[in-house]
Design a binder for this molecule. Structure first.
Ligand code: DGJ
Length: 691
């Protein structure tokens, strides 16, 4: 019997290897060393399940791994053959002694308490094997009262819908399907609390995330042991993977982080890890963006764009993003039925091309960004007329249109070259661009490709996601100077794997600030504010000052037809930009404190890591039903004196003015800020500056 511990900042797994070489899980949680030391000398192995059960090893439990071997054997037996420790990584090599298959469980301890884990399977048999199910992780959480929080279950425009529920006997499955934009329906993140519903500043909770841009599956099997057996990985639905002799299949990474002090400290550490490791240039400040999409949709010309660019500069915003509709020379992109795939500027709409528009932006000191959707094609396009065989499909089937478009089959090498070449050409032909929004507006249907043999068409779901990642990587490497936003019909691609090539995501096409506030709140459990694009629009017809405050609590921007605003509303926007640029380091690089969850009201705060300053956002969402308790900021330096300025963006005063009331950090945290809001859809922003 031997013991293996893999952990980051003390939290992780404890394993036991028995005399037959089987790997058991003896613990999963914080303080794992102490837990392992407390194990009895004579260990009743029956209490400790297999750490990574293959099919038929624990016949009554769902397996982590199910394989059909080359000779037709459907069961698998795994024995530990080697344990390689090369800090911060541990690899546990399991082999099937009868049907040669190597299964390596890899664990990597990152800083900030993140433990990453993945599984590699190498086929050592003379024939191909089929991987039916292969989890990235399948731990057992020993607990009598598990609560799960998951995000999604909605659809387009309802991303990040939060559900917290007690797990009851049976299996709860949270999964996404459809590929390309899987996270529209289910975000690849969850929280699991072993002792009741998770709390903000107390109690144990583990965060899980699958770094995968394709279909995902999380399953939580509540057993009477008592405990929860998890299954985390890419979704095996219709995805049996044929693995050739000598080939290795590597699962996506499952990411873990534990907290014994509730969700607040967990999120703060998670954000630091995301900024340091998961997202591109995570510590860099993001610009204030003006996007034309909800202002113009497809209907614009050069003059209209000049007007928007002038407003961008007048507001003090820093980047103008031209969205869908600028291309399609012979199939003009005047709506979503034509032009996708033809990435030449529509000269009828923009005579002289993008040059004059980019020049106008440069003259006004504004950076220029452009929208692309390189993976897609409209049947009504020159590209499709020339290459009808470049789209995803199955030979016997009529291909299904979705938003009037097809998905390009990136497993075909020519198509992959075309897709990455789209970005090269667009950037070469239109110098002066420094930001790209990469969109993808339909799910995958008719999954199949001539690049795969008839016996391995089900590999498509995984291979397509991997091929798309290779394209994203190519684009990011060839164009390191470009800032990239990842969007897929809204928040369809919001995962910690894809983000390594992107600076930010578009969270949802739902931009009603009341809904956005809830979505941003949900996403804030994992994503730092500088990764979450949030724009003021007219959706929901809320007051502009309220919309600004909501968007300012993330990566701020606008999708507004400024010509339709009153002078007073424009002044509100101008004040919002001035204040945002002032507090941006706090919002984008500070520590988040979620103070009041969305209900009648809501509030959150960003604090400088050195306690030098903070910004508090307070939102009144509905009519108050009683007196509101004072709002107590967190994370301040108790000894410091802060100058407190309460900003109402709707009021005609300089939002960056200093000279507010002076208060001690301790008093602010104990006595709080008086809640001044009584009207629905109003906001207050308090700036706390250390003096
Ligand atoms: C979906 C995106 O989420 C929108 O912001 C916009 O870019 C449209 N696509 C354009 O077609």
């Amino acid at each position: 019997m031997s013991t293996i511990v893999v952990a980051s900042e003390g939290a992780g797994y404890g394993f036991l290897v028995d005399n037959q070489g089987r790997l058991h899980q003896a613990g999963f949680g914080p303080d794992i060393d102490a837990h392992m030391e407390r194990l009895p000398d004579r260990i009743p192995l029956a209490l400790y399940p297999l750490a990574y059960p293959a099919y038929d090893e624990e016949p009554t439990r769902a397996p982590a791994l199910r394989v059909t071997h080359g000779d037709g054997t459907t069961t698998t037996r795994l024995k530990v053959q080697d344990v390689r420790v090369a800090d911060p990584q541990t690899d546990i090599l399991l082999v099937d002694p009868d049907c040669p298959l190597e299964v390596t469980l890899s664990f990597h301890a990152d800083d900030h308490g993140v433990l990453r884990q993945w599984v590699s399977v190498t086929n050592r048999q003379p024939g191909a094997v089929t991987l039916h199910e292969i989890a990235a992780a399948s731990p057992l959480l020993a607990t009598p009262a598990p609560y799960l929080t998951h995000f999604g279950g909605g659809d387009w425009s309802a991303e990040w819908t939060t559900t917290t529920e007690a797990l009851t006997p049976g299996t709860k499955v949270v999964e996404s399907r459809g590929g390309v934009q899987p996270h529209l329906r289910s975000c690849p993140f969850f929280l699991l609390a072993p002792d009741g519903a998770p709390e903000e500043s107390d109690g144990t909770v583990v965060a899980g995330a699958l770094a995968w841009g394709g279909n995902t599956r999380f399953a939580f099997e509540r057993t009477t042991t008592p405990g929860v057996r998890l299954w985390c990985g890419h979704n095996p639905a219709a995805s049996e993977y044929v693995l050739d002799p000598g080939a290795t299949f590597v699962t996506p990474e499952q990411i873990w982080m534990w907290s014994t002090e509730g969700m607040g400290p967990l999120s703060r550490r998670f954000h630091r890890w995301v900024r340091a490791h998961a997202v591109r240039d995570g510590d860099a400040l993001r610009p204030v963006v003006v996007n034309n999409w909800e202002a113009t949709f497809f209907s614009f010309d050069t003059d209209r764009l000049f007007g928007l660019i002038d407003h961008t500069a007048d507001l003090g915003a820093e980047l103008f993003l031209l969205d869908d509709g600028w291309f399609g020379e012979s199939h003009p992109r005047d709506d979503d039925t034509t032009g996708l795939g033809d990435w030449q500027v529509d000269q009828a709409k923009l005579p002289g091309g993008l040059g004059p528009v980019i020049a106008r932006a440069a003259e006004r000191g504004v950076r220029f960004g452009l929208w692309v959707e390189p993976e897609m094609v409209n049947p009504d396009s020159t590209l499709y007329a020339e290459h009808p065989d470049w789209v995803v499909g199955q030979p016997a089937r009529h291909r299904r249109r979705w938003r009037n478009q097809f998905v390009l089959d990136v497993l075909q090498p020519d198509v992959a070259d075309f897709v990455s070449g789209v970005v090269d050409r667009v950037l070469a032909e239109n110098p002066g661009i420094s930001y790209l929004k990469w969109d993808a507006n339909r799910p995958l249907t008719d999954p199949g490709s001539p690049a795969l043999g008839p016996d391995r068409q089900a590999n498509y779901w995984v291979d397509q996601a991997r091929a798309t990642w290779r394209l994203m990587e190519t684009v990011a490497e060839r164009h390191p100077e470009q800032m990239l936003m990842l969007c897929a019909s809204g928040g369809g691609r919001v995962d910690l794997g894809s983000l390594r090539w992107f600076h930010e995501v578009w969270l949802s096409d739902n931009t009603d600030p009341l809904d956005r506030l809830r979505m941003q709140w949900a996403a804030s459990h994992f994503l730092p504010a500088n990764v979450v694009g949030a724009h003021v629009t007219r959706e929901g017809d809320r007051p502009v000052a309220f919309g600004c405050a909501v968007a300012m609590s993330a990566r701020f921007g606008f999708d507004l037809d400024f010509e339709a605003l009153t002078d007073e509303e424009l002044a509100v926007c101008r004040r919002a930009v001035a204040l945002y640029r002032d507090v941006r380091p706090l919002v984008q690089q500070g520590d988040l404190w979620r103070l009041v969850p969305p209900g009648e009201r809501s509030a959150l705060e960003y604090v400088a890591p050195d306690g030098q300053g903070a910004v508090v956002f307070g939102f009144q969402l509905t009519a108050p039903t009683g007196d509101a308790a004072p709002l107590r900021p967190g994370g301040l330096d108790a000894e410091r004196t802060y100058e407190v300025t309460a900003v109402d963006l709707a009021a005609d005063v300089d939002p960056t003015a200093t000279g507010g009331e002076r208060r001690q950090g301790a008093a602010l945290m104990e006595e709080g800020l008086q809640w001044p809001l009584r009207e629905p859809c109003t906001a207050r922003i308090w700036v706390l500056r250390s003096v």
